[in-house]
Design a protein around this ligand. Structure first.
Ligand code: RFL
Ligand code: PHB
Length: 390
């Protein structure tokens, strides 16, 4: 098989890139290790920046998102039993949209199937070769038979554990990593959210987050020690712990119910540099990971493929390599700012096992400063709603 761009991975990065390229008449094939149902079963991000919504609209897949997405003009920070609202819209003129990653993925998959574009699910042994020369190839096994895709470019959209980054010679890549000494235990439940806006809660027992997917579907998280196993957390234990970390009003309003999904995610920051190796481009989680506290992972993935799609359109339409040459630097500038913001939010709101009394006092002083300073709130809001796509 031959195509212009072979995309490895059918997460939001791969699917959105495929949609943007197809809109511009650029032929592409997606190769995914898992089944479509498996990809849709992963409950992940919930907060979309305006830049992400605009890219989805450009790709022609924002109709349901515009109907069903919840516009949020603010978030709340809670500490010392009191909630402080950050007026995202008032401070920046922008808002965020609550719409689950599962739904974004479903919309992209449906649009791709309706347009008759090639997606190969359950591809085993995916490998990439020749990206340092003019002859990149993606090989894989499907239905027991070996296949090969010849292409001009490979987009490595295969997440943190994917094959693409791992195929780059060690001498050509630099990685930066920070692992946090805790994880997030997340629960999805068919209950109305405790509050109309997200609550980010700093508490002596650990961080907690009240989020949502729809007016009848809530998403809650509590910080847990790194070694905790999800089986050790009954629904009752989860709800009790969440209540203890919320302010009295939120705790009294919280409606609990059976969890329909429960999992523990470790928190890490990771960046691979550069993001381009000859004819291979890394995008999304394949190139960088941020802790979820800043709600940036999916948004960074969308921004990367927005930049990449524009660069590839320039290449095929105008014969110019300027965009693809600038891809890595352009993305990494924005990526590092999101890494910084996500690290800052994480450091501000979590309890660190080796944190001293002094460290906690500093956190509380910074939260107090934020609560009373429009300048500090603006800095938070500007990053939370998303920095401009340069
Ligand atoms: P994905 O979604 O991991 O997709 C990669 C795809 O590649 C496939 N794959 C392969 N395919 C072929 N061959 C191989 N060898 C392959 N290896 C892997 C995988 O099966 C998969 O389908 O990466 P992508 O597309 O870059 O998207 C990134 C986002 O998924 C991720 O950044 C976000 O979910 C992070 N995240 C959040 N991001 C936000 O912007 N806002 C949030 O509110 C938010 N909350 C979260 C999050 C992530 C979380 N977890 C569990 C890590 C909350 C949580 C709890
Ligand atoms: C979520 O709804 O899953 C979510 C929201 C905000 C975050 C992280 C996760 O910062």
């Amino acid at each position: 098989m031959r195509t212009q761009v072979a995309i490895v991975g059918a997460g939001p990065a791969g699917l959105l890139l495929g949609a943007l390229l197809a809109r511009a008449g650029i032929d592409n094939v997606i190769v995914e290790r898992h089944s479509a149902e498996h990809v849709l079963g992963r409950i992940r991000a919930g907060v979309l920046e305006q830049v992400t919504v605009e890219l989805l609209a450009e790709a022609g897949v924002a109709a349901r998102l515009q109907r069903e997405g919840l516009r949020h003009d603010g978030i709340e920070l809670a500490y010392g039993g009191v909630r402080h609202r950050i007026d995202l819209h008032g401070l920046t003129g922008k808002h965020v949209t609550i719409y689950g990653q599962t739904e974004v993925t479903r919309d992209l998959m449906d649009a791709r199937a309706a347009a008759g574009l090639a997606s190969l699910y359950e591809a085993a042994g995916v490998a990439i070769t020749g990206f340092d020369r003019a002859a990149p190839r993606v090989t894989y096994v499907h239905d027991g038979r070996a296949h090969e895709i010849e292409c001009d470019f490979i987009a490595g959209c295969d997440g943190y554990h994917g094959a693409c980054r791992a195929s780059v010679p060690a001498a050509a890549i630099r990685t930066h990593e920070k692992v946090y000494p805790f994880g997030w235990l997340g629960v999805l439940s068919r209950t109305p959210p405790v509050s109309p806006e997200l609550i980010y809660c700093s508490h002596a027992r650990g961080f907690a987050l009240c989020s949502m997917r729809t007016p009848m579907l809530s998403r809650y998280y509590v910080q847990v020690p790194i070694g905790d196993r999800v089986e050790a957390w009954s629904d009752e234990a989860f709800w009790n712990e969440l209540k203890r970390r919320l302010d009295a009003d939120a705790a009294a309003r919280l409606i609990t119910g059976p969890s329909i999904e429960k999992g523990i995610a470790p928190l890490r920051s990771f960046v691979a540099e550069p993001m381009r190796f000859g004819r291979l481009f890394l995008a999304g989680d394949a190139a960088h990971i941020v802790p979820p506290t800043g709600a940036k992972g999916l948004n960074l993935a969308a921004a990367d493929v927005g930049v990449l799609a524009r660069a590839l359109v320039e290449y095929y339409r105008d014969g110019s390599s300027a965009g693809i040459d600038a891809y890595s630097d352009r993305c990494l500038k924005r990526v590092w700012k999101a890494v910084r913001f996500s690290w800052w939010m994480t450091s501000l709101l979590h309890q660190f096992p080796d944190g001293s009394d002094f460290d906690r006092k500093l956190q509380l002083a910074e939260l107090d400063y934020l609560a009373g300073s429009t300048a500090a709130q603006t800095a938070l809001a500007e990053n939370y709603v998303g920095l401009p796509l340069t």
